[in-house]
Design a protein around this ligand. Structure first.
Ligand SMILES: Nc1ncnc2c1ncn2[C@@H]1O[C@H](COP(=O)(O)OP(=O)(O)OP(=O)(O)O)[C@@H](O)[C@H]1O
Ligand SMILES: [Mg+2]
Length: 446
């Protein structure tokens, strides 16, 4: 991400110049103005993710700049400075969503620290931007395992306990982490997602989470605020925790115990107040037995662990989810859409290896493709990958690599067995003509 544009607003030319020069030395593109009116004008013309403004400058104040900047860009960061801070101005600044409030005089270092914090916050909100999180998007499902889950969330959310959310891909782990955050006293602070799989190389993850000081590694041309610090007061969600390497597991364990960070290359440790929620679709007990996941870390995180049931184990929730997704995907068009009974039956019977996410994107596709106001069985059947009658059977032991024709022979044999040797039925399931099946059986010597 390129350095964000910064707007500096101060009627004191010498202070403004010091700030501008320090920012430019760090590589930020800076625009400067001496009045709130000027700032409001400039904000209307360009994009300034970070605004640094004095408060008392004339008729209009830095608080007006704050309100305008936030109205134009709610995710932007406004840093206010004032020599006459009062409880009223601080309160108004806080209510208006100011990122930081600096009492004059302050050191330039202090300001730079605030700017870096703001930049880390922007990077974070930027990274999350494509995902949509509406607070009203509550979890859907009335099945017994879901009710157990709601009870767990209600009990554990208000605490500061580290939580481990387990479950297959797409079954709602991140959603649960969100709910745990929103149900806590930290709800107003940030929820920061860290994809450990994408950063699984220990050193990357370390500087991402703990921060790094300038010069700590090649390319570290300035201090970098870690996500644990950027999320102070809030929650950090460590997704795919099973992917982190053993060296980093130890650092993470220490962090969970002490809640202290030491940026890469620094000798100073600092306390931070964050709650950690982790998620994995891996079998951590197994990884622990195999020695790739530290047992002590597993104990530490497993204290409050919740296992999300796969969708196929709570099929009674499928109609509810289908209705929810239909209304979600028809909301913009306003076109009502109905699912026929036989189509719903197919949806309920399918095994959904990709769980709720797969169901959701499948419904999205059906809604887009539907030419009428009804989703019928034919549409569902056409869209779902075929499941052989045996697909639901327990997974066989991993097989050695085999050629396509071997796999085909195997599959034909299994389908034939499942149909008690009825070749007409088998050819239907296989989607081939009966005579083709005969030919293949002949080749196989059957
Ligand atoms: N119970 C539910 N009610 C409504 N929507 C749900 C529910 N569970 C999951 N979803 C939706 O399904 C999608 C996948 O959920 P989520 O991202 O939380 O899964 P995940 O377990 O984190 O998946 P992955 O392992 O792939 O990261 C999201 O769009 C989410 O909103
Ligand atoms: Mg996830």
């Amino acid at each position: 991400m390129a350095k964000p544009n910064i707007l500096v607003v101060d009627d004191d030319p010498s202070l403004a110049m010091t700030i501008v020069m320090s920012l430019e030395a760090e590589g930020y593109p800076v625009t400067e103005t001496g009045s709130a009116e000027g700032a409001i004008q400039i904000l209307a013309e360009g994009s300034f993710p970070i605004v640094i403004s004095d408060i008392y400058m004339g008729e209009k104040t830095g608080l007006d700049v704050l309100h305008r900047a936030k109205a134009l860009n709610p995710d932007g960061a406004v840093i206010l400075m004032s020599g006459k801070g009062s409880i009223e101005t601080v309160m108004e600044a806080t209510r208006g969503g100011a990122f930081e409030y600096l009492a004059k005089p302050f050191s330039i270092d202090r300001l730079m620290q605030a700017v870096r914090g703001a930049e880390a916050a922007l990077r974070e909100s930027h990274a999350r931007a494509p995902k949509e999180y509406e607070p009203e998007s509550a979890m859907v499902g009335h099945s017994a395992p879901m009710v157990e889950l709601y009870k767990f969330i209600a009990k554990v959310a208000p605490t500061d306990t580290t939580v481990l959310v387990r479950g297959e891909t797409g079954c709602g782990k991140e959603m649960v982490a969100q709910l745990l955050h929103r149900g806590s006293l930290r709800a107003k602070a940030r929820f920061v997602v860290v994809d450990c799989a994408a950063l699984h190389q220990g050193s990357l993850l370390e500087s991402e989470l703990f921060g790094a000081v300038k010069g700590a590694y090649t390319g570290a041309d300035r201090d970098r605020v870690g996500l644990f610090e950027a999320a102070a007061g809030g929650t950090v969600f460590l997704d795919e925790i099973g992917e982190i390497d053993p060296g980093f597991q130890l650092r993470l364990l220490r962090f969970l115990q002490e809640k202290e960070i030491r940026p890469v290359g620094s000798t100073v440790t600092r306390k931070v107040d964050v709650r950690v929620i982790a998620a994995t679709n891996k079998d951590l007990e197994k990884l622990t037995r195999e020695g790739t996941f530290r047992e002590d870390l597993w104990y530490r995180m497993g204290a409050a662990a919740i296992e999300l049931p796969p969708l196929r184990q709570r099929r009674e929730d499928i109609p509810l989810l289908v209705e929810r997704f239909i209304s979600e995907f028809t909301a913009s068009s306003g076109r009502p859409m109905h699912v026929s009974d036989s189509a719903m039956k197919l949806l309920v019977e399918y095994s959904w290896p990709g769980n709720v996410r797969q169901l959701r994107s499948f419904i999205e596709r059906l809604v887009i493709l539907a030419s009428l106001n009804v989703i019928d069985a034919a549409a569902v059947r056409a869209g779902l990958p075929a499941e052989s009658p045996l697909a639901a059977a327990p997974a066989a032991a991993p097989r050695a690599p085999e050629s396509l024709s071997d796999a085909e022979d195997e599959h034909i044999k299994r389908v034939l067995a499942a149909c008690n040797g009825n070749k007409t039925k088998a050819s239907e399931i296989l989607g081939i003509e009966r005579k083709t099946l005969y030919r293949k059986l002949e080749r196989m010597g059957l």
